[in-house]
Structure formats: C-alpha cells, structure tokens
Design a protein around this ligand. Structure first.
Ligand code: HEM
Length: 347
C-alpha cells in the first residue's frame, strides 16, 4: 500500500515509488487534506528553498520550549539568522571535530551507556553525548532525556503532557548550559544576546538529535539488507563512510521540511497567497534523476552547518560499534511516528 499522503511517506516502509509518481504526475499541488502545497522535484525544492518570500517559521506559543525554539537560527530569517549563523559556523570550525577525536569520545561514551550499546541507545544517545562532549560541554546522561523531551515539542504527534514536559526540559537545559560556558562561546556571548546564544548552542544538539539517530539507524538497516556490502566493509575493502554518505542521500533521515509564503508569489503556474504552507519533499528531490543535487541537509540560506560533522560522527559511531564483539544488525524495526523524520525504532 502506498502512503496515504506526503507526510505519511516519511515513515512508510518504502516511500520512494510514491515520491517518483508525485514527481511524474503532480510535481506541485495543493493537498486539501494536509492543507498545504507539496513540492517533489529537485528543481522546485531548490527554487523554493532559495526564494526570499518562502520562509521558515517559529512556533507560536508562550511556552518555555516555544520561546527557546523561536530563538534558533533555524526558525529565523534576515538579521536574526545570517550573522549568528556565520559565527556559529566559525565556532564549529575552530573545534577539534576530527574523526580521531570523535572516536576517542565515542569509545568513552560507549562504556558509560547505562544499558550497554543496544541499537536504539547507539543511535539516539551516543551522537548527542559525543557531540556535546566535542562542543566542550561536560555532558551527563540526563542530557539525552532533556533533548529528546524538548524535541518532542515540535512533533505533530506530541500530547499536551509532552509539550509541558518539553518546557521543563528547556528550563533544565538552559540552567545546565548557562552554568557551563565552553571556551569557544566567549566571543559569541560578547557579540550576541546571551539567551539567543544559549538557545542556539542547545539548538545544535536538538538539530542533530533525531537527524543523526535516523542516519545511524538507516545505515544499520542498509548494512542488514546488503550482506555483501557489510562483508566488504568488514574486510576493509569498502569504507564505512561511503555507506553512510550513500544512505544520507538515498534514505535520508529528514524526509521533508516546510516553508511559509510571506509575499504573494507564483510557483509552477500556481498563485500562492501570504500564509500558505509548502511541504518540500527533500527525500523525493534526492531521487530526481534530472538533478545531481541532493537536499538531505537542506539548501540555500538555511543549509545545515553540521553536514560534514554529522556524516563523520555517524561513520565513527558505526565503526566503533562494528569493531566490537557480538554486535548484531537490525532484524525488525518500525519507524518512529513523525511528520518529517525517518528514524527506525529497533525491536
Ligand atoms: C544526519 C544528520 C543531520 C541531518 C540529516 C540534518 C539536516 C538538516 C536540514 C535538512 C536542515 C535544513 C532545514 C530547513 O532548511 O528547513 C538543517 C539545518 C540545520 N542543522 Fe542539520 N542535520 C543534521 C545534523 C546536524 C548537526 C550535527 C548539527 C550541529 C552541529 C546541525 C545543525 C543544524 C542547524 C543549526 C541548522 C539550521 C541552519 C539554518 O537555519 O541556517 N545539524 N539540518
């Protein structure tokens, strides 16, 4: 059965034939059930992501979690976006994020995982702990819990209780991070409002949490489904980074994103009004044979500053896992409920 709509596609066992049919028949259309426009080709996705009148939007609510998210560069345009993004990128470039250093941190946190390296903890816990450590924050195991609770706020499937819990997690994270102040933040803190900087440092972890868990999980699935690739990797004939990079494009963890129209525009011959929402099918655009571009890490002004880091991190973690003894590959999984992320939950 194909997915019922473009959002259900994100967690469908195989959404790629459905995406192909959208590209071939209705590359840009208004979905009345989802109440948004849907774009599925590389050309449209690239065009819309570069259009200044198609913008990202912060969640509107008075809660602590919404307040934190509203400060992220991910949720802002113009002056609230570009200068801080540049400084965050410089900050990341000044850190030691080499594979050697990440491996050291991975080995450290693998030993400390409470339940040992099950596939689910490997994918969800390890990237956050290693990344926080690499960024210079002495992380503690509770960090993963807070980040996952905070991220749940943005989910279309979260309950009222989960949204309340997200605000409590936001308080914990802000308190924890304001006490820590890693070295490389001092300049950022001088130049920008402290609340904004803190939110964006936490934002690096929230941005990476589900996306990296999905990249790791989908890479493990690709290994399980391609025993000959697995054997070549074990024999050292094929680097694991090649598999991770290929999975990032072919079966991406972020399947779609959204933009809101801020000035009446025409796209693909259709008139869009202010306030219209557009769902951009990044995963579909990746499979568009008419383009060599891929969109797994976004495109244009909001492109992901963590792309190289995320791929390296997933490679190092997989490598460390596969080098261990008795490390099973996934047998059964279902995708976690999500409107945009493709993250396997192994059982
Ligand atoms: C596999 C892992 C990752 C994937 C697939 C991913 C994907 C993405 C995508 C698709 C966007 C653009 C969203 C949009 O334009 O609507 C984005 C933005 C962003 N990502 Fe990542 N990301 C990953 C890991 C990371 C990591 C490790 C970091 C932190 C170091 C990070 C930090 C960010 C930030 C700060 C933005 C917002 C950029 C902006 O608005 O200008 N991401 N990411």
């Amino acid at each position: 059965m194909p997915p019922i709509h473009a959002i259900a596609a994100a967690t469908h066992p195989n959404p790629y034939p459905y995406y192909a049919s959208l590209r071939a028949t209705t590359p840009f259309f208004f979905d009345t059930e989802l109440a948004c426009w849907v774009a599925s080709t590389a050309e449209l996705v690239g065009q819309i992501m570069q259009n200044p009148h198609c913008q990202v939007l912060a969640p509107a609510s008075a809660s602590r979690a919404a307040e934190l998210f509203s400060r992220l560069i991910r949720m802002n345009e113009g002056e609230a976006h570009a200068p801080l993004k540049r400084r965050l990128q410089q900050g990341l470039a000044e850190l030691d994020l080499s594979a050697t250093h990440l491996l050291l941190l991975t080995q450290r946190w693998l030993k400390r995982l409470p339940e040992g390296p099950s596939l689910n903890t490997l994918c969800r816990h390890l990237p956050v702990l290693v990344l926080a450590d690499a960024l210079g924050f002495a992380p503690q195991l509770r960090l993963v819990e807070w980040i996952s609770q905070l991220v749940a706020y943005l989910s279309a499937f979260s309950s009222e209780a989960e949204r309340l819990q997200a605000s409590v997690a936001a308080e914990h994270l802000l308190a924890h991070f304001s006490g820590l102040r890693p070295e490389h933040c001092s300049l950022l803190l001088q130049e920008f409002n402290q609340q904004v900087v803190l939110a964006n440092l936490i934002g690096l972890l929230t941005q990476s949490y589900e996306a990296t868990a999905g990249l790791l999980g989908n890479s493990l699935i690709a290994l399980a489904q391609n025993p000959e690739v697995y054997q070549r990797i074990l024999a050292g004939i094929e680097p694991i980074s090649a598999l991770v990079e290929s999975v990032a494009v072919q079966d991406p963890s972020v399947q779609n994103t959204r933009r809101v129209v801020t000035q009446a525009i025409e796209i693909y011959g259709q008139q869009l009004a202010v306030g219209d929402t557009i769902l951009l099918l990044l995963a579909s655009a990746n499979h568009d044979a008419s383009s060599s571009e891929h969109f797994s890490f976004g495109y244009g002004r909001h492109a992901c500053p963590g792309q190289a880091l995320a791929t390296r991190l997933a490679t190092v973690i997989l490598d460390a896992y596969l080098c261990g003894e008795n490390r099973p590959l996934p047998v059964r999984w279902a995708y976690q409920a999500s409107a945009n992320a493709r993250i396997p939950q192994f059982n």
